[in-house]
Ligand binder design. Structure first.
Ligand code: UD1
Ligand code: MG
Length: 478
């Protein structure tokens, strides 16, 4: 089997129409930058070398690409003088013989399968140059594929340089090519900038290779959506929606129920087992893994979360944390990085937890903040409990044992430890450790001032009701 010697990805443009500080190829779809999508699609072809032509914000592009594809190399195009010029630069110091794939960094929907079929056709037909083409309902803006009476490719003409008849052609140049390296190298020397943009067009090499009596073929892809290029934010959204549908379809084929695929956004990096149910309005990203039987959503965001078998996360946001098997979160809770909820733990409504562990079967059911804490198993944290972890300068740790009952509205002023089986009285401000098995009561004793309303609020509805209830004026001084 013939091997691909070189892949060239054109990614030097700034993407002016994106109107962005970020270069176009670093905009993201499904958690990957556009250029990374292209790199992933080309990777299975296993080219001996992958070379990117970079220019606009090249430090950013190089850093991002190198993080995932450390073996990729870069060629700098200082002045953008067209796709032909970009390829000329990339071909300097390229191997002298072999096959080269050329494509743009802004076509994120191309698949490895399509590229492999394209490569196989190019090799099988012994072509010197092959162009991947597509029929599209909206050819405007693309280079058009001009064929002769026998249907053979003769040239590619750009929209701006096309005559009215050529503009009618609905077969477009996808911007994906395979070349024999020697044929491309010699054609590149013949490029001229006599076109409407005054640039060197890569597309012109087709005519040049053909006129050197070398074989040039156009290979049609069956799915034009794969070859959509991104030039502005509407096209970014359009491609993102196509990618979203592809990802959701593949999860559904694997046995995941997605109640509303149009409002469910799952990144490519996410792993989901069968029999998981995802309700509408959920976004799942990063290194998230969801085990079988879990329920996610509606309106839930998971970012790099490990979700155990049968767990549920409802109307909540969870980041860089673990939700154990059978554990439940929500509705309306916020689980921040570094949190581990053990099996069957429960986090109820309006709870924020940060960098803490909650033991097996323990509960934080209502309206609490838990920060920098370790909570044992079988423990209940009463409603509106606050772990006071910050003294204004440093963060401190709280340790709560097993089978503890923290009374509602307790302030646990860290650093503090509550021993196994201990209780705290509701409304306590706990500043000292609580020994195992004791109850800590840390609040002012209640006093009732009898008749106060009758004396101080005479004539009000409260006083009237109190009088009806049999309240007496009581002592005038206390
Ligand atoms: C190009 C093709 C067109 C095809 C279309 C497919 C040419 C002349 N035209 O048009 O036939 O239908 O792609 O999407 O090739 N780039 C550089 N350096 C440059 C110019 C461009 O690196 O000097 C890069 C861009 O960053 C981009 C890619 O090459 O990633 C394509 O350039 P772009 O200007 O978008 O070409 P199109 O007008 O889309
Ligand atoms: Mg383009």
């Amino acid at each position: 089997m013939k091997q691909l010697d070189l892949t060239i990805i054109l990614a030097a443009g700034e993407g002016t129409r994106m109107k962005s500080k970020l270069p176009k190829v670093l905009h993201e779809i499904a958690g990957r930058s556009l250029v990374e999508h292209v790199l992933h699609a080309t990777a299975p072809l296993n080219a001996k070398e992958v070379r990117l032509v970079v220019g606009a914000a090249r430090e950013l592009v190089e850093a991002r690409v190198s993080a995932t594809f450390p073996e990729a190399t870069f060629v700098v195009q200082e002045k953008r003088n067209g796709t032909g010029h970009a390829v000329q630069l990339a071909m300097n110091s390229a191997p002298h013989i072999g096959a080269v794939l050329v494509l743009a960094g802004d076509t994120p929907l191309l698949t490895a399968v399509t590229l492999q079929e394209f490569f196989d056709a190019h090799v099988g037909l012994h072509a010197d140059a092959s162009v991947l083409t597509a029929f599209t309902p909206e050819p405007f803006g693309y280079g058009r594929i001009v064929r002769d009476d026998e249907g053979n490719l003769t040239k590619i003409v750009e929209e701006r340089d096309a005559n009215p008849l050529e503009k009618e052609i609905d077969e477009i140049n996808t911007g994906v090519y395979l070349f024999d390296i020697a044929a491309l190298r010699s054609a590149l020397t013949g490029l001229k900038s006599g076109n409407s943009q005054g640039e060197l067009y890569l597309t012109d090499v087709i005519e040049l290779i053909k006129s050197a009596n070398q074989s040039v073929i156009a290979i049609r892809s069956n799915d034009y959506t794969e070859t959509l290029g991104i030039n502005d934010r509407s096209q970014l959204a359009e491609c993102a929606a196509i990618m979203r549908d592809r990802i959701n379809d593949s999860h559904m084929r694997n046995g995941v129920t997605i109640v509303d695929p149009t409002t469910t956004w799952i990144d490519l990096s996410v792993d989901i087992e069968n029999d998981v149910t995802i309700y509408p309005g959920s976004a799942i990203s990063g290194a998230t893994k969801i085990a079988s039987g879990a329920i996610i959503g509606p309106r839930t965001t998971l970012e790099s979360v490990i979700v155990g078998v049968g767990a549920s996360v409802i109307e909540s946001r969870v980041a860089q944390s673990e939700v154990g098997a059978g554990a439940s979160v929500g509705p309306f809770s916020f689980i921040r990085p570094g949190t581990v909820l053990a099996a069957s733990a429960k986090v109820g409504a309006y709870v924020e937890i940060k960098n803490s562990s909650v033991g097996v079967g323990s509960k934080v059911p209502h309206l609490s903040y838990v920060g920098d804490a370790t909570i044992g198993s079988g423990t209940n944290i009463g409603a509106a409990t606050i772990f006071v972890n910050y003294d204004g300068v440093d963060k401190h740790q709280t340790t709560i044992g097993n089978d503890v009952r923290i009374g509602s509205d307790t302030m646990l002023v860290a650093p503090v430890t509550v021993g196994d089986g201990a209780y705290t009285a509701a409304g306590s401000v706990i500043t000292d450790d609580v020994p195992a098995g004791s109850i800590a009561v840390a609040r002012a004793k209640q006093r009732n001032v009898l008749g106060w309303v009758l004396r101080k609020r005479a004539g009000t509805k409260s006083a009237e009701s109190a009088r009806k209830a049999g309240a007496a004026d009581g002592p005038s001084k206390v």
